[in-house]
Design a protein around this ligand. Sequence first.
Ligand SMILES: [Zn+2]
Length: 330
Amino acid sequence: MLPESSLAAFIQSLPKTETHLHIEGALPFELLQRARPGFSRPPDSWAPDFKFRDFAHFEQELIGMAISWYTSPERYHEAAKIVFARHVAQNVKYVETSFASGVIELLGLDGYEILAAIRAAVPVGLEVRVFLGIHHTGAGPKMRPVLEDALGWPELAGIDLHGPEDQPLESWTAEYWAAAHRAGKYTKAHAGEFMGADFVRRVLNELQPHRLEHGVRAAENVALVDELAHSRVALDICPISNHKLMPGITLANHPIRQLFDAGVKVTVSTDDPISFGNALTDEYEALAYHCGFTRKELVQLARNGFEVALMPAAQKNPWLDQLDAVIAAP
Ligand SMILES: [Zn+2]
């Protein structure tokens, strides 16, 4: 068996994508410390086998950290610059990140200015697409006009359904996702992290998203797995996040193995690194060590990321060709 450092070097060498990343959840620890000097060491949840009690526990801790920093578009810009520089350092070529519409609703920030601030932080050599994340209950009277307006922001790649999955899926959701499709936006939805296959199927039917965030519990239903394998819908999975947050799920029994083997298109991302203490390369290493992913399978995961990336073929093909060359090597 090759030494550990050799696997790390192999993963580092692969061109990669990150397609499931909440910018608030990616808050760099040094900025949290600057905002709250009492934070002398990383959160307990960075420990490898930490388990959150439930989603509320996770969300409460994350919001507590995030609102310490994200109080202005300028601070989004400053954080995004650090986040993207870390992507570049890991040989990541393409990133999709979302910002939470809650900061517009609750903090009174200007959504378009946040979008512009994140976009302005993108370094040379990295492609970034920005999404607006909206909770199940995120279309109150104050937010309706903002959400309508957002579909006209040219720099906004799309929308993503966020937040606790067990909150009711309100009727505005399907209407808004349809309006987003008409406006040419790409749509995603978080489903199948806490709620089961029935909810995943409901989201697929009612919202018709291009992609699912997590989607892990789809694995509980053989027919749904088969449908996903034959559909255009990919799953942006974050194994370390799921290991620390999903009841009964660990890296060792993670359904990404089953979904991948069944032919479902899955990608790998980090979700909320300030809560989980993870880098993208950690996710690939975890899959190799705990889920038996071979090097060729890791390359296929990286390849899936570029396949779903919102870039023209001419732009993504060099990265796909590079990955294919790794697979073809003896
Ligand atoms: Zn997420």
